[in-house]
Design a protein around this ligand. Structure first.
Ligand code: CP
Length: 309
């Protein structure tokens, strides 16, 4: 299909065809990273800026590398060393950066909706790299790409997403993306970390990980996000990990081809025991590797290489 979107702000309003288009484009870019010369000219002459108001290891580095692999110029804005610390507003910051003739801005912010707001201020393309508890669209695309890579297709597979659903932008984007691609989604976590009424989205909910494990094709564990929790929403990390942590014993109850996923960073010993995180069933490092191809695809499609009209 022809690609028409200038921005990627979330998966909530993407069609299945658009998601497949991104995944297929990522597939075509995957081999660039294993060639002796890891470069393609698709974004030559374009400039991609990353603007992260929150810390990141995987997302920021893979966007930067993705832009470089496609021959774009890159600009990483370090917020702590920018005039944001002198009180410069969000609008002034992004408009001043655009005055340097940026073509695409990758934005992460602790407030939901900031990438959407920025997209109204700028002519440049805007990609949401995570906004508050709202969406993290490229992480969900990475997850869909990884599941499709490992299982051949997505339709009919059952994913169980475990943990802090309430604060998780990864969970929200995955719920939208997985349902749109014909997967079944089950949510497991403490009652206090499951958004009220979430079943309306088309998911099922329970508080028992042990019941969910044998029925799941994908087990996706989420990080406990202490920085977003305003009050204690469960008694202790030890109790959380006893009820909702994936251990070697629990892995034995899973399907033999189950995929263990986590967007990172992992709290080892809380969401996942180290033996599980590093087991052959874990595809966590595949998710990171695939992040590069998926972000190359997103940059290519929104920043001009693939956009029609
Ligand atoms: N998954 C993810 O967003 O990781 P980072 O915070 O390291 O980018």
């Amino acid at each position: 299909m022809d690609w028409h979107r200038k921005h990627l702000l979330g998966l909530e309003d993407l069609s299945p065809e658009e998601i497949v288009s991104i995944l297929d484009t990522a597939e075509s870019f995957k081999d660039i990273s294993i060639r002796p010369i890891k470069k393609a000219p698709a974004l030559r002459g374009k400039t991609v800026a990353t603007l992260f108001y929150e810390p990141s290891t995987r997302t920021r580095t893979s966007f930067e590398l993705a832009a470089k692999r496609l021959s774009a110029d890159t600009l990483n804005v370090t917020i702590a060393a920018s005039s944001v610390v002198k009180g410069e507003s969000l609008k002034d910051t992004v408009r001043n950066l655009e005055a340097l003739k940026i073509d695409c801005m990758i934005v992460r912010h602790e407030c939901s909706g900031v990438p959407h707001l920025i997209s109204r201020y700028l002519e440049a393309s805007v990609v949401n790299a995570g906004d508050g508890s709202h969406e993290h669209p490229t992480q969900a695309l990475v997850d869909l790409f990884t599941i499709r890579q490992k299982r051949g297709s997505l339709t009919g597979l059952k994913a169980t997403i475990v943990g802090d659903i309430l604060h998780s932008r990864v969970a929200r984007s995955n719920i939208f993306g997985m349902l749109r691609m014909g997967m079944k989604v089950h949510l497991v976590g403490p009652q206090t970390l499951i958004p009220r009424g979430v079943e309306r989205l088309g998911v099922t909910v329970s508080n028992s990980l042990d019941d969910a494990i044998p029925q799941s094709d994908v087990l996706m564990f989420l990080r406990i996000q202490s920085e977003r929790q305003k009050k204690n929403l469960f008694p202790s990390l030890r109790e959380y990990s006893e009820l909702f942590g994936m251990t070697r014993g629990r892995l034995q109850k899973a399907k033999s081809d189950v995929l263990i996923m986590h967007p990172g960073p992992i709290n080892r010993g809380v969401e996942l025991a180290s033996e599980v995180a590093d087991s052959p069933r874990s595809v966590i490092l595949d998710q990171v590797t695939n992040g590069l191809a998926v972000r190359m695809a997103v940059l290519f499609l929104v920043a001009g290489g693939g956009r029609e009209g």
